[in-house]
Structures are given as C-alpha cells and as structure tokens.
Design a protein around this ligand. Structure first.
Ligand SMILES: [Fe+2]
Length: 371
C-alpha cells in the first residue's frame, strides 16, 4: 500500500484532531466522512495462499492494530501465540463497543485500526451498516466458519459461539416445568422470573430471533408476559441475574452460558442449573463473538491473516475455551465444562438477522414495557 507513508504524517496531525473531537472541541468530522465513503470502495482483500503455513519471515515487523471490546486478559495469550507463529505484531486497544465504533467513525480514513473484534452479531451488523468494515474473500474463513455465523457479504465473521438459555433453581423448579423462552410468559411463572435489561444487545438479538420465528405480534405478547412475570426489576448484567436466582429472589432467568461457566469456576456448587431452551422447537438461541477488517485499515492482509488464524483448529479450541464459549468451527471440541452441560440443538438462524431485526426488537420491547 504505497499510500501508507503519506498517510502516516497526515495520521499524526489528524489523530490530534480526532482526540480533539472526542473531547468535544471543534469538529473535524468534515475530514473523515467523505474520505471514508470513498475508501469503502477499497478492493476486496484476497486471501494470501500461505495463510496456514506462514513462518516468521517476511511478515516480521508488520503490525495489526485491533479495536477490541473483548476482555483483554482472555484474548492476549492467544494474540501472543499468533505473533509467535507468524511474526506479526498485534496492538490491542480495548474499550466498549459503542466508543470503539464512535472512534472508528471519528478517525475515518486515518484510523490506526485494522480489525474490529467484538461480541454479538447485532454489534457486528451495526458496524457494517455504518461502513466501518470492508468485505473480505477468504476460502479459509468460508471453510472454517459455517455460513450462518458469517456476514453474507464478507464484512464480518463469527469466531466463537455463546448460548443464551434458561437457568433455574433446582430446589424449586423441575426440568419438566421448563421448555421454551415463550413458556416463561405463562402465568405459572408469575413473580418467579428474572431478566437482564432490554438495553443489552444480547436480549435484543434474542428477541430479534423470536420475531423472525414467531412474528412481531406473537413476540410482543410473549414479552408482555415476561414483564408481568418479573419478580424483581431488570438486572444490568447476567451475573447478578444468575446470583439473584441463587439467592432465591426468583426461580428462572435467561443468561449467556459463559457467565454461568465463569461463576462455576469460582464456585462449583453454585445452586443454579442450566436448561437448554426450545429443544423441541427452534433450538437454543446462539450468538457469536467475531471480527471484521476495518474499512480504512492500512494492513487489511494482516487483519485477514489474524481472523483466519483465529478460525483455525488450534486457535478455535483456545479461543472458545478461554472464555467458556463454543468454537464456531465444526469438529473442534469444546472444553470439559461445556461438555458437562450436555449436547443441545442450536437455533439454525443466520445471526445476521439479529442485526437486521434489532431496531424492530428494541421498539417492540419498549412497547411491551420491558425496561
Ligand atoms: Fe458478555
């Protein structure tokens, strides 16, 4: 990319400008948006033949900068392994998804970022809709990641799977009392249900999948039933929701599997059990954590190489188990803890739908009074 050198000097001065913007001083957004639009036409990055068999030779000194909303401790060992194997350095900038996307938008064509790594297909879809990602073509990703866990245009790919399912208090609830997310709207659960806030993208994606399967009208009825059955105010996070079940504030709730896994790590006798929802119907809702190549990256090849590496057998096992998630790559074993939860039928929906229906899901939850 011959433009790298000239861009660098511009980058420095513009980074100051961007910083200024973030501090709310006079905007220089005029500098970014048009350029960005132009750059989204950047040609599709072709997969490099030696993606798998790289040795730390020509790529030495190359750096891939990641904007990540993932827990740094969890992914740093993995990235260090990537550097060891490929000679490609990784610079990690960690923050919440919202600020990272705002930063990419503000930085525009002068962003130092090459890859966006985040959780939930709803977030990845948002980033692609904002033009922050560029399409890639990669046989490696096509082979390693099932199509339902990737953006059809190649704008992002899933790299690990997490299930959002039902958790219950086994001292009060029998497994045959449980079945579907929809059934939690039944009056038999009155004053027994705990939920995380509807403001969390995980719940927006769950409700989006219900709209896709059941339609908006039916889904709204169910959400109203959930709200009627709430035992407490909604929770700001899944962990405190699971602890509320354990402390007897409620009997059932919906959470992401890895939070449960993290609690069990600390307390193997945690008095809450996992139930695989919708096994007789659509299957349990699953979502991805994933990544995309930043539209204005000046090292898209390096970013693609890292995404391909993260989708490989070895990395998949490490990546998934490091955070008690499931590999997206078929045939890669999950960790012992996850295996102990038993096999389950996962919802077959393309996770891209969670983004497409996100706005409708948010409006519907609002209308139904789900805070
Ligand atoms: Fe999470």
């Amino acid at each position: 990319m011959s433009t790298v050198s000239s861009l660098l000097s511009t980058k420095v001065s513009l980074s100051v400008a961007v910083f200024a913007t973030m501090l709310g001083l006079a905007g220089c957004n005029k500098t970014e948006a048009p350029a960005e639009e132009a750059t989204t036409e950047t040609p599709v990055v072709e997969e490099t033949a030696e993606a798998e068999a790289t040795t730390p030779t020509a790529t030495d000194g190359q750096t891939v900068t990641i904007y990540s909303s993932r827990n740094e401790q969890l992914i740093k060992p993995l990235l260090d392994q990537f550097t060891e194997e490929t000679g490609i350095n990784v610079e990690l900038i960690t923050d919440k998804t919202g600020p990272l996307m705002a930063r990419l938008e503000a930085e525009g064509a002068n962003t130092p970022a090459d890859m966006l790594l985040t959780v939930d297909a709803g977030n990845l879809w948002q980033a692609s809709q904002k033009g922050l990602l560029q399409p890639v073509q990669s046989e490696t990703l096509d082979n390693n990641v099932p199509a339902k866990y990737r953006d059809p245009q190649g704008l992002w790919t899933g790299l690990s799977l997490r299930a959002r399912t039902i958790f219950y208090d086994p001292s009060k609830v029998e497994t045959n009392d449980l079945s579907t997310y929809e059934d939690l709207a039944d009056p038999k659960w009155k004053g027994k249900l705990c939920l995380r806030t509807s403001k969390k993208v995980y719940n927006q994606s769950l409700v989006a999948s219900m709209i896709e399967h059941l339609g908006a009208e039916k889904t709204e009825q169910i959400i109203r039933g959930w709200v009627d059955n709430l035992a407490t105010d909604v929770f700001s996070d899944d962990t405190s929701m699971l602890e509320a079940i354990a402390s007897g504030q409620c009997e059932v709730g919906i959470a992401n599997s890895y939070y449960y896994g993290r609690i069990l790590d600390e307390n193997p006798d945690f008095p809450v059990k996992l139930f695989w929802a919708n096994q007789g119907t659509t299957g349990t809702h699953v979502n991805v954590s994933g990544a995309g190549v930043v539209a204005n990256s000046d090292n898209p090849e390096g970013a693609l190489k890292l995404m391909e590496w993260l989708s490989s057998d070895k990395a998949q096992g490490l990546y998934a188990s490091s955070d008690k998630e499931y590999p997206v790559k078929v045939g890669v074993d999950e960790s012992d803890l996850l295996r102990s939860w038993g096999d389950f039928k996962a919802d077959d929906i393309n996770v891209q739908k969670f983004g497409e229906l996100q706005t409708q899901a948010i409006q519907l939850m609002d209308k139904a009074g789900y805070k």
